[in-house]
Design a protein around this ligand. Sequence first.
Ligand SMILES: [Ca+2]
Length: 413
Amino acid sequence: MTDERLTTREALSGRKGVALIMVLTVVTILTVISVEFQYESRVYLQTVANFRDRQRAYYLAKSGVEFTRLILYLQSTVDRLIRQYWKNNPPNIQLWQMIPIDSDLARAVAGGMFSAQDQESLFEGTVAGQGLKEDEEESVAEKNMQQMQTVSFAQGEGFGEFEGHFHAEVIDEESKINVNIRPNNYKEVNTMKATLESLFTPEMYNPVFENPDKDGQYHDRQEIISAIIDWIDPDNTRTGFESGDESSRYDFLDDTYPSKNHLFDSLDELQLVAGIDDRFWRLFGDQFTVYRTGRININTAQIEVLRALLEQYLLKPLPAEQEMQRILDAILDFRLQNSGFWNEDAFVSFLTEGPELILELENGPQGKTALRSAITVQSGVFTVKASGDINGVMREIRVVMTKDGHLLYYREN
Ligand SMILES: [Ca+2]
């Protein structure tokens, strides 16, 4: 009996031991599963949050694009009003240059940080017609104010109530040099050649044109200009040579490709042309356009583009470097102090009729006409770099659009 009891006790304690081990094992497994589950849940939640923020950042960036579209649309209204009320010396009001496209500003307007009085003074003397009779002026101003009040942001409930931030930078394509020329049009080819030669001339750019690129190839100034023309022109013979296969420029690449023999579809494509590498792109990339804008906007063009333009039209030999610098400074000063030139004639007169500059153009009066037809003060094609950010997540959208909102290029980052 005693033996049996002992045996039973031993057996019981043995079973208890097994049960304890089983319980411990189950608890351990459950703990591991639970910790794993928690970790997975956290990762999943974070992934969902990141995805959500990426989507929100994308739509914020898109708002930047749409805000720009709105400003460009309003510009057409301003242009129409100016044409209607100013007969002589109309002011050059470019809303896309004056209004920062930024959600903080949108919020300030929506939040009523601008009082009705601020809005009144903002539009006083601009939209209302100067040069009209006093009572007409008043009635125009009154009408404009009434119109403004009907679209007042402050009255729109919920406008501006969003998290995150958007911002957009607007650059007109007319401020740049067009490389998408018609290869069978000698005038266009020669104009582009002369403009690029002038752009590349300064000695400070020598390292790019005199040192080999990362593949050990040399591309001097003329060679890069020829490579751009050859990329577009339909034949396969190197420009400036009787013979020679232009596609041989790309033979040494790991992934070879031929010269396209057609127009550029986007600005990025320009980087496929032989000699246009990262060094070149950092210096000149933002001075080119592939959109056939036709004319250079003298109110927005960068100094290098202005210099290239002047060098084509000024009487040769060109003024010495110091004098050239004085001419460019005078143009930039006038632009800054007068919000730009009113029209093309104002620019030609400023260059040729004094009081500050009395320059001679090639071909006399014909030169004036030629210069006038090569420039503009109105832009019609714009690159918009819009960004949206929220909770540290940022998205960017780059579009090229016309003044009437038509999209020519779209890329998300
Ligand atoms: Ca070709």
